[in-house]
Write a protein that binds this ligand. Structure first.
Ligand code: MTE
Ligand code: MO
Length: 361
């Protein structure tokens, strides 16, 4: 077994802080990602939070500040469960780095995406108890883990608009796949913002603050923004702040670079629409998009959940590129090339997904 109870075939981008994605076939065909395969994205050392002494502070633009122990949270609020896919904004950054290098960032494949069943209290219920004031436009989250990647080093935080916080879908989760939340995934309590980039789902949550403005934390104000191609990524407040996940798809099988024999081959993957949209169709092409066939879609287990898909294609002799793209319930589809989406921090690569295979009899 690898570090943090993960499978030993994880693709480890960094050991410290631990950043790893599963081998893609470990994601295939499974609606819920097992805990030992779920990707991990950490900006600093993983804290060891004692659940007994842990307290959650709820403050800012509220009528009454709250200090809640884990027992207060678990016993004082109804437990809700939902299935949600978590996707890092850096998912598929490797596709950008093949276009132009992105110094200091890791070359994530499509495995920075995983799905779990999360259980915990509704953020909306906790905010209602505190009495959120009408002028609170944003809800900020703060955690104790300190990142040396931020300049100057800073503890992790983010925020979401108050409207999103009140949707009744944002969880303060203490369980993952019906097991206690693992330490590396944010124990004792983390935020889960379904359909939004993973960066907003703050782990080892310590503080929830109602504010007029978005969080000024580095990871909200500076990082996780789509900048124009020629911009310096260190400029705070520049660029487009990422929120809802963009429609995306990945081929999980066959693997990129696979050697196969000619004949029928099963192609399988995931597609994820983000926010309230669902995956309506997935197309697969063997001729770079001149013609497409439709994949068979698995269950859409809810609006914030990926949709697994598969199809069988007939492969001839030679080097073949298999391409996939998804369409969502609003009729939107994915852009064709990573080259046109490239941005300095390498976020939100949702271009058509391609794997190259070689077929020889
Ligand atoms: N929360 C804290 N406290 N520290 C972090 O480094 N990383 C964020 C988010 N929450 C992070 C965090 C990012 S960028 C992502 S994609 C998700 O956690 C990853 O969650 P996971 O490691 O449970 O998969
Ligand atoms: Mo992320």
């Amino acid at each position: 077994m690898g570090a943090w109870g993960k499978r030993d075939d994880m693709v480890v981008h960094r050991a410290e802080p631990y950043n790893a994605e599963p081998a893609l076939w470990a994601l295939a065909d499974r609606p819920l990602t097992p805990l030992d395969a779920f990707y991990c994205r950490n900006h600093g050392p993983v804290p060891d939070v004692d659940p007994e002494s842990w307290r959650l502070t709820v403050d800012g633009l509220v009528e009454r500040s709250l200090t809640l122990s884990l027992d207060d949270l678990r016993a004082g609020f109804a437990e809700h469960s939902l299935v949600a896919t978590l996707q890092c904004a850096g998912n598929r950054r490797a596709g950008f780095m093949a276009v132009r290098d992105i110094p200091g960032e890791d070359p994530w494949g499509p495995g920075a995406t995983s799905t779990a069943r999360w259980s915990g209290a509704l953020l909306a219920d906790v905010l209602a108890r505190a009495g959120q004031r009408p002028e609170a436009a944003h809800i900020a989250f703060a955690a104790p883990d300190v990142s040396e990647l931020a300049d100057p080093p800073q503890s992790y935080g983010s925020s979401i608009p108050a409207g999103t916080a009140m949707t009744g879908q944002v969880l303060l989760a203490w369980a993952m796949n019906d097991r206690p939340l693992p330490r590396v995934h944010g124990a004792p309590v983390r935020v889960v913002v379904p359909g939004w980039i993973g960066a907003r789902s703050v782990k080892w949550l310590e503080r929830v603050t109602a504010r007029r403005e978005p969080s000024d934390n580095y990871f909200q104000a500076t990082a996780y923004r789509v900048l124009p191609p020629q911009t310096d990524p260190a400029l705070a407040g520049e660029g487009i702040s990422l929120g809802p996940v963009l429609l995306n798809t990945a081929i999980l099988r066959p693997a990129d670079g696979a050697r196969l024999t000619p004949g029928p081959v099963q192609v399988a993957g995931y597609a994820f629409a983000g926010e309230e949209r669902t995956v309506a169709r997935v197309d697969v092409s063997l001729d770079d998009g001149s013609s497409w066939t439709q994949a068979e879609l698995g269950e859409q287990a809810g609006p914030w959940v990926w949709r697994l898909w598969r199809t069988t294609v007939e492969l001839g002799e030679g080097d073949i590129i298999i391409t996939a793209r998804a369409w969502d319930s609003a009729g939107a589809t994915q852009p064709e090339s990573a080259r046109h989406l490239w941005n300095p921090k390498g976020y939100a690569n949702n271009s058509w997904c391609r794997v190259r295979v070689t077929c020889r009899s």
